[in-house]
Design a protein around this ligand. Structure first.
Ligand SMILES: Cc1cc2nc3c(=O)[nH]c(=O)nc-3n(C[C@H](O)[C@H](O)[C@H](O)COP(=O)(O)OP(=O)(O)OC[C@H]3O[C@@H](n4cnc5c(N)ncnc54)[C@H](O)[C@@H]3O)c2cc1C
Length: 154
């Protein structure tokens, strides 16, 4: 029996969610699955993310980076204009480099939501997590997780 999908992505972390997003917007039928009940939960770390302009500067010849970091902009917390390095003798070095911290669970969920957009046919509602107190950017539907698949129809 032929598969209804062109691509199966296992794991909806930043890598899997982004891979699904790029594959889906090229017209491929993608199935994104994750073993977690809720994407990004439990939170792995307090996340630092580079600004998209810095990513483009680092990889000037790579196509398709224009909106690579679009999702984190909606979940950003603190802008960081420099990377600060402390030497063992206590000397401080500030390296100009734009970035920001994000809410990691929201970032992973946002990337997966970007992959599915409104084409998700059905999904379980997202239970509130302990890091969900403000209610900002909370999707009404889970793009994946729930120990189940998240189909991305063409
Ligand atoms: C303490 C700590 C701090 C960090 N700080 C930063 C930072 O500040 N900035 C930064 O850029 N990076 C940071 N990182 C690294 C960053 O978290 C990883 O590079 C990133 O999470 C890798 O993304 P990924 O999508 O490859 O994997 P993951 O984020 O690990 O996602 C993998 C996904 O696959 C799912 N999965 C695994 N196995 C299966 C299976 N068998 N079936 C279905 N689903 C499965 C998991 O549930 C998970 O959702 C940090 C990491 C740690 C541990």
């Amino acid at each position: 029996m032929p598969s209804p999908y062109d691509v199966l992505v296992v794991g909806s972390g930043p890598a899997g969610g982004t891979a699904a997003r790029y594959a889906a917007r090229r017209g491929l039928r993608v199935l994104l699955v994750d073993k977690r009940k809720e994407i990004g939960v439990p939170v792995q770390c307090g996340e630092y993310v580079a600004h998209n302009d810095e990513v483009r500067a680092i990889f000037p010849t790579v196509d398709g980076l224009d909106d690579l970091m679009e999702i984190p902009y909606r979940v950003r917390e603190v802008d960081t204009p420099v990377i600060r390095v402390w030497s063992p003798r206590g000397r401080r070095y500030d390296v100009p480099f734009r970035g920001f911290t994000v809410r990691r669970d929201r970032m992973d969920q946002g990337i997966a939501a970007q992959a599915t957009k409104s084409r998700l046919t059905e999904g379980p509602s997202v239970p509130r997590s302990s890091s969900d107190r403000t209610g900002r950017d909370r999707p009404s539907r889970s793009p994946s997780g729930s120990n189940g698949p998240c189909p991305l129809p063409r």
